[in-house]
Design a protein around this ligand. Structure first.
Ligand code: FDA
Length: 398
């Protein structure tokens, strides 16, 4: 065992130096606790750095419980009510970090996601938080009131352990099943972790017409069951992506259809009927291209549509063409998996946790925060906000 120092027995040991772990550490440190963060990667906040196209979509002004998926949809309410988007914005103001709203309440850094990591590191330093990177945790156990945490930097004996080691998304950035393993070890159930906010893949039709659309992007309404999103859709070589598809992927279950309306809020049949009545000489591809990207218009028209001018079309054929564009059904065969998933849905079952403190009800001193927990936000800053809010709740109670 390596040399033991005073900081091997901190008040709080945070496992995982991501968004949730750093916020938990800062909050506990500000309360006067001695805090050590242990990160097995070479640096902290790696997902923050690559997030939001390098600008980190750090929160959303529309923060509400119904923007989160969880087996217990009320679970997020307590933490969200005590750490709001305004609280994070106050932190940015303190560090003079400029930000802007892109759309739909999504807030991004003006300059770089690195600003967020630098801010968190500065707050950690000010709160006396010690950070150990490249440090592997081997085992967590509890005897009596004390925890023993074996690591490559020696054994820790903290009073409190905050597990902030995230979910399974993006293994190459350090994702591990560690939180789930520890949860199970302490008899806290884990809801099957699955990729979410992830592109969906499907078997290409034999004639391969969908493949011709790779790269086409357009605003759509995409729905699955009762949930629908109005956002951009992107056709890819393997399937479908873009914000609309990523959002719906969190709700999609194997075997379900995903429906796409390529012209949301408009009645394509009525628009085409107008062309017919006006005696339009346009053929289907040109007619559709008035409202849809050209390649998509051509692909939809090539699907058994007549090549006569619109003026000569039967009403029922117009209805069928419009239906194809406004009620297209895809049956995905799967997702692109954890390697491409922005987040993990499922995880540590919230029924084993206090929603106020994030503490494991049956194990005083053990807390679970962030993506490791069965809470998954919509695309748009919700997942980072959950990391801040749950980390803050645990840091206050630790
Ligand atoms: P996170 O995964 O960030 O941190 C966990 C840390 O624990 C990691 O540093 C990991 O290395 C470490 N760890 C794991 N096992 C360990 C072990 N055994 N011992 C020690 N350390 C261990 N969200 C959002 O709101 N806005 C956005 O713009 C984006 N953009 C985005 C882009 C991409 C490409 C991805 C992959 C994800 C996003 N997200 C996002 C989601 C967001 O990144 C995610 O919700 C948070 O990072 C979750 O924070 P956590 O701290 O819970 O886990």
């Amino acid at each position: 065992m390596k040399h033991q120092t005073a900081w091997h027995a901190p008040d709080v040991l945070v496992i995982g130096g991501g968004a949730a772990g750093l916020m938990a550490a800062i909050t506990a440190g500000q309360r006067g606790c001695s805090v050590v963060v242990v990160e097995h990667g070479p640096e902290v906040g790696r997902k923050i750095l690559i997030s939001g196209g390098g600008r980190c979509n750090f929160t959303n002004t529309e923060m509400r419980a119904d923007r989160f998926l969880s087996a217990n949809r009320h679970f997020v309410k307590s933490a969200l009510s005590r750490y709001k988007p305004e609280d994070f914005l106050a932190l940015l103001a303190k560090h003079s970090i400029a930000w802007h709203e892109k759309k739909l309440g999504q807030l991004f850094c003006d300059h770089s996601a690195r600003d967020i990591v630098s801010m968190l590191l500065a707050e950690c330093a000010a709160a006396g938080v010690r950070i150990l990177t490249d440090t592997r945790i081997r085992h967590v156990s509890r005897s009596g009131d004390a925890f023993r945490v074996e690591s490559s930097a020696g054994e820790f004996q903290p009073k409190v352990v905050i597990l902030a080691s995230g979910g399974l998304s993006i293994p190459k950035l350090g994702a591990s099943s560690f939180a789930y393993d520890v949860a199970r070890q302490f008899d806290v159930p884990v809801i099957k972790p699955e990729p979410a906010l992830v592109p969906l893949v499907f078997d290409q039709p034999q004639d391969g017409w969908l493949k011709t659309l790779a790269g086409v992007s357009l605003p759509v309404r995409v729905s699955c069951g009762k949930i629908a999103f109005d956002e951009a859709l992107l056709f890819t070589h393997r399937g479908l992506s873009g914000p609309a598809l990523l959002q719906i992927s969190s709700y999609w279950q194997a075997g379900q259809a995903v429906k796409v309306d390529m012209l949301p809020g408009q009645d394509l049949a009525a628009l085409l009927m107008k062309l017919k009545k006006a005696g339009s000489k346009a053929k289907a591809p040109a007619a559709l291209a008035r409202w849809l990207p050209q390649r998509l218009a051509a692909a939809l028209a090539a699907q058994k549509a007549s090549d006569r001018p619109m003026a000569e079309w039967a009403d029922k054929d117009i209805q069928a063409l419009a239906q194809r564009a406004q009620n297209m059904q895809f049956y995905p065969t799967g997702t692109e998996g954890f390697a491409k998933a922005e987040v993990t849905r499922g995880g540590v079952d919230t029924r084993g946790l206090s929603s106020r403190t994030m503490q494991v009800e049956a194990v005083p001193g053990l807390f679970m925060v962030g993506e490791a927990v069965d809470v998954t936000g919509w695309l748009g800053g919700y997942n980072f906000h959950w990391a801040w809010a749950s980390g803050h709740a645990a840091g206050e109670a630790a």
